[in-house]
Design a protein around this ligand. Structure first.
Ligand code: GAR
Length: 192
């Protein structure tokens, strides 16, 4: 019999990707979002998860880097895959070792460009527009011990017109994220 795999989503902010992923896996035979982990106590993602019946686990930086609380939670929930969706902390090495090739992230640009520390959300789109780039997109990749550096699983592109602003580019990139991230997560789950 097919085993439904357990997903943990880590997010720090608004959580529109987290919401999209939770909804997608409500109708999947391959996985379900078991828990939402968040390091920002008033992040909007907590409300989104709650509205969809997914329980949340709020943690501090110290919990993440100086305790086993998060790993214990992941093991207790029998998590098979960790999905980062707008999560802004660097994942500690012990978690990367434990979940080797089982942590994925989405980045709102075409890596290896416009990645690294401080490159998240609107900062990325502002930098791309400032450089007068003709295209941007999304990168879905495995997570290693450096920001935005693990092996790339999938990329999709969008065009940038002369009239695009960081806000309009963000909308184009979000549309790509919503279309592809859940499907790519599902394909990774099937290979576990
Ligand atoms: C998304 O665009 C995601 O790609 C980006 O943060 C946004 C979160 O939006 N992640 C990064 O920049 C990671 N370096 P959301 O909270 O509405 O899903």
């Amino acid at each position: 019999m097919l085993k439904i795999k357990n997903i943990a989503v880590f997010a720090s902010g608004s959580g529109s990707n987290a919401e999209n992923i939770i909804k997608y896996f409500e109708n999947s035979e391959n996985g379900k979002v078991k828990t939402l982990l968040c390091n920002v106590p008033n992040a909007y993602v907590l409300r989104r998860a709650g509205n969809l019946g997914v329980s949340s686990f709020i943690f501090s930086k110290d919990d993440f880097y100086k305790s086993n609380k998060i790993i214990d939670k992941l093991l207790y929930d029998k998590i098979d895959l960790i999905v980062l969706a707008g999560f802004l902390l660097l994942v500690p090495e012990n978690m990367i070792r434990l979940y080797n090739n089982r942590i994925v992230n989405i980045h709102p640009a075409l890596l290896p460009n416009y990645g690294g520390k401080g490159m998240y959300g609107d900062n990325v789109h502002k930098a791309v527009i400032a450089d007068c780039k003709k295209e941007s997109g999304i990168t879905i990749h495995y997570v290693n011990e450096n920001y935005d550096d693990g092996n790339i699983i999938f990329q999709a592109k969008c065009e940038i017109s002369d009239t695009d602003t960081p806000e309009s580019l963000a909308r184009k990139v979000h549309a790509l994220e919503y279309e592809y991230y859940p499907k790519i997560i599902e394909s990774v789950l099937k290979r576990l």
